[in-house]
Design a binder for this molecule. Sequence first.
Ligand code: HEC
Length: 249
Amino acid sequence: MIRITFLMFLIGLLATPNAKAASSDYPLADAEVDLSDKAALYRGAQTFMGNCASCHSANMMRFSRIGEDLGLTDDQLAVLLPTQSHKPGDVIETNMPADYAKETFGIVPPDLTLTARVNGADWLYTYLVSFYEDPETLWGVNNAVFPLVSMPHVFAAQQGLKQPVYETTGEGEDARKKLVDLEPPARPGTMTEEAFEQKMKDLTAYMVYMSEPAALKRHQYGPYVLAFLFIFTLVMYLLKREYWRDIKH
Ligand code: HEC
């Protein structure tokens, strides 16, 4: 029995959608994803198209699907299309050539369709709000949950550059500095901290939706399924009463 429990524990560990989090023990913040808030998902989609799609594709997602799922009008959907020659039936592709990206960043920015599902919403949200100043890196920034990330801080102007608080462990050659906290930027960004965090929550919610669009439908169907089960149970109960009425016992 103990062995089975242990096995299940191990399987549970493997299935935890937090692969990246393992590389840093920085605490994750709560992304507070609410897939029923379609206005937030739409705001997130706009942020994604305006700030991420220049480098990242999301090539398992079609614009028309976003339009259907979020109940957008044609005009609202048109806002998401990168150019006028794009069609609603197109998938989200980046126009950055892969070899240019490789030369600039040392790595081709990964497709983001499934990222929220692979790494978990809290990891993704924490990643987006946890860039900090680090002059020793290529772009002058580092990330609390993705050490030495080669993505620049795309919202540096809005958020400002957070300041790292390090703790040094060990001595002499073994000395290591470890990031333990982030402090507010020395020079504030153009957005307040609350407004920026809300923007990143909306973006995270959109990316969670994008990683599993069917989840949106599942949430919508939930109440109907429950109502059906309730009515079905009632009918079955009445049927049972009807059948047993004639049987003497
Ligand atoms: C200027 C180009 C650029 C832009 C714009 C950009 N990224 Fe990135 N991003 C990268 C690169 C390069 C990497 C690869 C980093 C690495 O592996 O070190 C990356 C990695 C990531 C990762 C980690 C994925 C993983 O699992 O390895 C996430 C998540 C991510 N980006 C999200 C975003 C989001 C959301 C936006 C929009 C707000 C965005 N990025 C905008 C270049 C960009």
